[in-house]
Design a binder for this molecule. Structure first.
Ligand code: TXA
Ligand code: MG
Length: 317
């Protein structure tokens, strides 16, 4: 069931059931983070390996110290500037947070989403919710309530419909181990904006041999149709005998083999492109295509997170 009934969503969460929730980044699959059985349901519904930790979501920064042992000054600064917003802070968890949430890791991801419906729901709960993106493990994250219903509809008690996500990319994840800020996932908060506040940060270059967490696995966010990333002109030559779908930034192409193309931002606006990215990937994935071809984005601002998702979508092709 899809709707905007916050009271109903709250009741379902209190009963330990799953609720799809809107955020500014992507839709989440939420459960009471303090209830082990409820959290287990998240892993089952997504078919997610139990070693992949979850982020917890709450309505205000004041509540966070109940669940974490320590807030380093840099985390405090970032929280004041960016939250609510698309930034997740990894902080040392208190025992109250069940180990299943963090897959046994000592750090827990804390997120305060900037979405009026979800903030109002979270404010009325006396527990945080654990919420991964509401997609089957390894597939593209959902940016509308309908995306959630299409894939997980049978497995959730309710989907709170907050409209299409405005950011469209998952949150940026940052850790502070040894006092050194490190971005573990590029996302909706641009690294340049983070650095403008706290100075240079390390950016985790993911390796397939030793991923710290599966969200950093090379192949993820993957459509089912083979997905290739590169300069469109040369890819088009290579796949000229195939039925091709194109995912372009600003300008389309004019080739006979192209069955369908989506231009993410004719005005070359990276925010607009990010907003539409996952929905476009889903649309293309549902067409009878042999391949989807995408081009790299400018490696700046949200373009860095977009490129990260495109690279991972293409990693399994
Ligand atoms: O924007 C978002 O962050 C969305 C919305 C729903 O809030 N959530 C989301 O969750 O993207 P998920 O589970 O799909 O991705 C979270 C990523 C995973 O790759 C997980 O491995 C990593 O964060 N993660 C979570 N806790 C971690 C921890 N303690 N240490 C390292 N990585 C962690
Ligand atoms: Mg995810």
């Amino acid at each position: 069931m899809i709707g905007q009934d916050i009271i109903y969503a709250k009741q379902q969460l209190e009963e330990g059931l799953l609720v799809g929730i809107p955020t500014e980044t992507v839709y989440g699959l939420a459960a009471n983070a303090l209830n082990q059985q409820a959290v287990t349901r998240i892993f089952e519904a997504k078919n997610r390996p139990s070693f992949d930790p979850l982020i917890i979501h709450t309505s205000s920064w004041d509540r966070v110290e109940q669940w974490v042992q320590d807030i380093p000054p840099l985390a405090q600064q970032l929280a004041e500037q960016f939250l609510p917003g698309p930034l997740t802070l990894l902080l040392p968890k208190r025992q109250l947070i069940p180990d299943i949430v963090t897959a046994g890791l000592p750090l827990v991801g804390i997120r305060i989403p900037s979405h009026p419906l979800s903030l109002s729901l979270l404010e009325q709960l006396d527990f945080p919710v654990a919420a991964p993106s509401a997609n089957p493990f390894g597939y593209i994250s959902p940016t509308t309530a309908q995306h959630v219903a299409n894939q997980l509809g049978q497995k959730v008690a309710y989907i709170l419909d907050g409209g299409p996500c405005t950011v469209g990319l998952e949150s940026t994840i940052i850790s502070f181990e040894g006092g050194l800020p490190k971005v573990l996932r590029k996302g909706g908060a641009a690294i340049e904006d983070i650095e403008a506040l706290i100075g240079p940060v390390q950016v985790f270059a993911h390796s397939t041999s030793n991923p710290q967490a599966p969200g950093m696995l090379k192949s993820h966010y993957a459509p089912k149709v083979p997905f290739h990333l590169g300069q469109l002109a040369s890819l088009l030559t290579k796949y000229q005998d195939k039925k091709v779908g194109i995912l372009a930034f600003q300008k389309g192409v004019d080739e006979a083999s192209v069955a369908h193309q989506i231009i993410l931002s004719p005005s070359a606006n990276l925010r607009e492109a990010a907003q539409g990215l996952f929905a476009a990937m889903r649309t293309l994935d549902q067409l009878p295509l042999d391949v989807i071809l995408a081009e790299p984005f400018p490696e700046e601002g949200l373009g860095r997170a977009i490129n990260d998702r495109l690279r991972r979508a293409s990693a399994s092709a």
